[in-house]
Design a protein around this ligand. Structure first.
Ligand code: SF4
Length: 302
């Protein structure tokens, strides 16, 4: 059935107006869902992956398209397959049967409307585990309001605090403003991340911030803004896993991993601000970042 909203798509802040039944817009997504992979994932933060894994669905395409995207084969090149709504529901129910703690929708912003319908039906058909919306935060508040009843946990990035870098690396100078409004709406809906007695996330918001080389994500100002707007209990995941990939080799300032000193600088800001619900990553001995997270404090605001 034709969805009139997809005939002139303004689902995300790009508002490119593509008729997704006939051509692909900025995000390169058509009208039907395309996914690369659906599997239990153990590399997310401890309350998300838990012991049984996060039921992760990686969607193809992206409305942000950063020049250093770590998942560029899926988000930019679009490697994957089209699935029907019924297949999407089957996948979610299968992941639940496998023991997943949650359904983790990775890069979902350009499919938000389709997902509302799918998740509503999946819940009617027995989906009980929390649904997690794992986005870049380049989301419109109107769309987040539509998602309110079907999403339990938001895992937004806060990628840049400065428009100049959002423009240069993601062609989105409005990113800081858009993301701040999106995160504010997410927190209004769900509050901070809440954990059950076993430390597994049940509801709420956990904000991710990726430290970029040369501090180009504006870590100091970004963390200051989060602490000042939401207080020191806001759950934050400080990510240090950046490595140059996709088009980053054309940008000398981004053509390397981050140094321990740079990550430590961001950590110092966290300590200075007194942020105490923070998941951090450790640099392993072979210079790659481990997927394991530590938490300074239980991210439970019960
Ligand atoms: S979701 Fe895609 S098609 Fe729709 S407005 Fe955004 S970029 Fe354009």
């Amino acid at each position: 059935m034709i969805n009139p909203f997809l005939e002139s798509c303004v689902m995300c802040p790009r508002e490119c107006g593509a008729n997704r039944y006939q051509r692909r817009g900025y995000c390169q997504a058509g009208a039907e869902l395309e996914i690369n992979l659906a599997q239990l994932h153990f590399g997310e933060e401890p309350p998300i992956s838990g012991s049984r894994g996060s039921g992760t669905i990686f969607f193809c395409h992206c409305n942000l398209r950063c020049i250093y995207c770590q998942n560029y084969q899926i988000s930019i090149k679009g490697y994957g397959r089209e699935i029907s709504q019924a297949q999407a529901i089957e996948i979610m129910l299968f992941l639940q049967e496998q023991g997943a703690h949650n359904i983790n929708l990775v890069t979902p912003s350009h499919y938000a409307l389709q997902l509302v319908e799918i998740l509503t039906k999946a819940k009617e058909q027995g989906l009980k585990i929390p649904v997690l919306y794992n986005s870049s935060a380049y989301d419109k508040v109107e769309m987040l309001k539509v998602l309110e009843d079907v999403v339990d946990i938001y895992l937004p990035d806060y990628k840049y605090h400065h428009a100049v870098y959002a423009k240069k690396y993601s062609h989105a100078p409005d990113y800081p403003q858009v993301a701040q409004k999106a995160i504010s709406e997410m927190i209004r809906q769900k509050g901070f991340l809440q954990l059950d007695s076993e430390g597994i996330a049940t509801k709420g918001v956990l904000v991710r911030h990726l430290v970029l080389p040369n501090m180009l994500s504006g870590s100091r100002a970004a963390l200051q803004m989060l602490a000042s707007d939401y207080g020191t209990k806001i759950p934050i995941s400080l990510m240090g896993q950046y490595y140059p990939t996709y088009d980053a080799h054309h940008y000398p300032e981004l053509d390397r991993g981050i140094t321990e000193k740079e990550y430590q600088k961001a950590l110092d800001v966290i300590y200075d601000l007194g942020l105490d619900c923070v998941y951090i990553q450790e640099l392993s001995s072979d210079d790659s970042w481990t997927p394991d997270f530590l938490c300074n404090n239980a991210a439970n605001n019960d």
